[in-house]
Design a protein around this ligand. Structure first.
Ligand SMILES: Nc1nc2c(ncn2[C@@H]2O[C@H](COP(=O)(O)OP(=O)(O)OP(=O)(O)O)[C@@H](O)[C@H]2O)c(=O)[nH]1
Ligand SMILES: [Mg+2]
Length: 294
């Protein structure tokens, strides 16, 4: 039996979550066009007769400006501690020299195979791709470099095949039928947050935390009550919108996505509350799960 942790790290918006969902074959991690979509370390588990591959998606590496971002960075760094295989994802559009400290940690990993995945090659030409390969080869000489396009599903099967070769022999870490380490409520709050990332501008999505207060599952339906917390009063009005239309849109689109995810009828109630400056409040961050280390 082969089993191990395959941890996905890299800068924001390079396609880590899109790739994780492809590798796992389920839409476990939300992915949007905005940077800093992922805030937690989220495991997606692939079980076959011979292997258990525990993928971890992580937040994009950043220089923290507030305590929530410190917690996000700690999730990314934790993925360097226990990786059996590390997937360092970059893409053909990002400025690759940012976050030199994190790259230095990657370089110092002992005995951990690193695959540098140059994503979004659908946006590149051959010459630019070759330059990127040379650049990464100089930066991480012992890493293997694989160009991919998660969006076009190009190169992903090769990545999977290489992971299976590199996976160590070990007994499984999780039940053989588990798909993730996170409870159903986590996915509910993430799906609601995804809609908020898509429908609101500027700082609003980054000031939001979603808490599921009630999750009552029946045979054919799930009743959910969730609170959208914002940092300030003025943000509450923006989330709700004129005559409640903005919030209604979030509710409708989140319900549709939740029905797809759970394959059940969903009854969703959303409320908006202010939790002043929660992003810098250690006690609130702990309550919201930002200090859970797996
Ligand atoms: N053109 C193109 N876009 C891609 C590709 N892979 C991902 N994207 C897009 O890149 C954006 C970011 O994708 P995510 O998967 O959310 O990126 P991430 O690295 O998880 O981002 P953070 O969670 O913010 O760190 C989304 O709009 C994706 O659709 C690709 O191969 N080609
Ligand atoms: Mg992500």
């Amino acid at each position: 039996m082969k089993s191990g942790f395959v941890n996905i790290v890299g800068n924001p918006n390079v396609g880590k979550s899109t790739l994780m969902n492809l590798l796992v074959g389920e839409r476990i991690s939300i992915a949007t066009f905005k940077a800093q979509t992922t805030r937690h370390r989220i495991m997606g588990i692939v079980n076959t007769d011979e292997e258990q591959i525990v993928f971890s998606d992580t937040p994009g590496v950043l220089k923290p400006n507030y305590k929530m971002q410190e917690a996000m960075l700690a999730f990314s760094e934790s993925a360097l501690q226990d990786a059996d295989v590390l997937l360092y994802v970059t893409d053909v559009v990002e400025r690759p020299d940012k976050n030199a400290d994190f790259l230095q940690h990657v370089r110092q990993l002992k005995g951990v195979p690193v695959l540098v995945l140059i994503n979004k090659i659908d946006l590149s030409d051959q010459a630019a791709l070759e330059a990127a390969v040379d650049y990464w080869h100089a930066l991480l000489p012992s890493a293997e470099i694989l160009p991919i396009s998660a969006k076009a599903r190009f190169g992903v099967d090769q990545v999977m095949a290489r992971i299976k070769e590199l996976l160590p022999e070990a007994p499984p870490y999780f039940d053989r039928d588990s798909l993730t380490d996170k409870p159903a409520r986590f996915f509910v709050s993430e799906i609601i947050r995804e809609k908020i990332l898509l429908y609101y501008d500027k700082e609003i999505p980054y000031s939001v935390e979603v808490v599921v207060e009630e999750f009552k599952e029946k045979e054919k339906s799930i009743h959910i009550r969730a609170i959208i917390y914002v940092e300030r009063d003025s943000q509450k009005g923006i989330i709700i919108g004129h005559q409640g239309t903005a919030l209604k849109r979030v509710g409708t689109e989140a319900r549709k996505a939740l029905e797809k995810f759970f394959d059940k009828r969903i009854f969703l109630e959303l409320f908006v509350k202010v939790d002043k400056d929660w992003r810098n409040n250690p006690r609130r961050l702990t309550a919201y799960g930002y200090n859970d280390r797996s």
